[in-house]
Design a binder for this molecule. Structure first.
Ligand code: UT7
Length: 339
């Protein structure tokens, strides 16, 4: 904790990033052998060619991916794990209901001084967590905070023809960022936005009990533990919401899309990303896409993109970057940064 006069406005710097993917891959050709689908259908409808999935027989899970992504981000920032004050772990695939996975992640990474908690915002979880973490640093409560997005949805897929609309979409991974207080008050959030619409909860859910099914859907134990998604309904929601969210965030900051150097969006479906890019007339290199290689990795999607971009030198200090995500809940949110 830092004792500072409340009037001293401080900035927030993004000082490091990291990511971790499981080694095992799942290609469209492999999916063709597991269910009635085709590489052509998947590429045309989603843009996905490959995903990475955890090997549970080797003990891989959200915990290991998140811990490694955090270690890599701390190393990138040249920060000793013992200097970390707080970890916010965005995930909808915690190891267990209790303890929060974040507590085990800080232990695994040697960040034993840090407080830690999980935040479940489904696919919007990382962006929501980033906004929360930023405010805790800017407000003076913490100096060095990590935000990790990690998910392993492959564990909750039904890899058969009945589940094909959902199973082709998701992959596993983790991404991490390190935020640090700075006296340069120009750095940090320029605007953000967070929304939910609980009436749409049944568009994406994972049932565990007969009472978890929405009204009108007969309880079916064979679906327990598997993601249930109304793909076309979520698709329509996303195509209209993404551009609205971007515009709302630009308006709050008094900026235009041209002022933003890079849009880092949740990788849900290539067609959703293309629609948002077309709406703002953005050149291809200003809205990053990696869904072809990793699929939809839920809360890991945005920070994994950011890490790829930073390591390629395409996102640098001094740039304006907008993070955008939407997902189960329904939830949607944005975070516009002056890096
Ligand atoms: O991360 C945030 C949450 N999720 C999303 O963002 C997902 C958003 N939704 C989507 O990305 C798309 O809706 C999907 C990729 C999930 C599905 O694509 P779609 O173009 O909306 O397909 P659809 O569900 O409307 O199905 C069209 C047809 C159906 O056949 P009929 O009834 O027209 O004969 C499906 O049975 O495509 C069929 N189909 C498939 N065919 C081959 C559905 N999944 C598959 C498949 N392979 N994997």
């Amino acid at each position: 904790m830092n004792a500072r006069p409340p009037s001293a406005r401080r900035g927030v710097r993004l000082v490091g990033t990291g990511r971790c993917l499981p080694e095992k891959t799942l290609s469209n050709a492999q999916l063709e052998r597991m269910m009635d689908t085709s590489d052509e259908w998947i590429v045309q409808r989603t843009g996905i060619r490959m995903r990475h999935v955890v090997d549970r027989d080797r003990g891989e899970s959200t915990l290991g991916l998140a811990s490694e992504a955090l270690r890599r981000a701390l190393a990138d920032a040249s920060i000793d794990p013992l200097d970390l004050d707080l970890l916010v772990l965005a995930t909808m695939t915690s190891e267990m209901m209790c303890p929060p996975t974040a507590c085990r992640v800080v232990h695994a990474a040697g960040a034993t001084r840090a407080a830690a908690f999980d935040l479940n915002g489904a696919c919007s979880g990382f962006v929501f967590s980033l906004n929360v973490a930023h405010e805790l640093v800017r407000g003076g409560a913490y100096r060095t905070v990590a935000v990790v997005g990690a998910d392993t949805l492959s564990v909750h897929m039904d890899y058969c023809t009945a589940g094909r609309g959902t199973a082709i979409l998701f992959g596993d991974g983790a991404g991490a960022v390190i935020l640090r207080a700075t006296d340069d008050a120009t750095k940090g959030l320029l605007a953000h936005s967070m929304h939910t619409d609980g009436t749409g909860w049944m568009e994406i859910y994972i049932p565990y009990h007969p009472t978890d099914f929405p009204e009108g859907t007969p309880p079916d134990p064979s679906r327990f533990g598997h993601v249930q998604m109304n793909g076309s309904s979520v698709f329509k929601f996303a195509v209209s919401t993404f551009p609205q969210l971007i515009q709302e965030t630009l308006d709050k900051a008094g900026l235009t899309a041209d002022d933003v150097d890079m849009f880092v969006c949740h990788q849900s479906n290539r067609r959703i990303l293309d629609a948002a890019r077309a709406r703002f007339g953005l050149p291809e290199d200003k809205l990053y896409v990696n869904i072809d290689r990793v699929g939809n990795t839920v809360a890991a999607s945005v920070p994994m993109c950011l890490d790829e971009l930073r390591r390629a030198g395409r996102v640098r200090e001094g740039m304006k970057v907008m993070f955008v995500a939407f997902g189960g809940g329904l939830t949607w949110g944005s975070s516009l940064w002056q890096l």
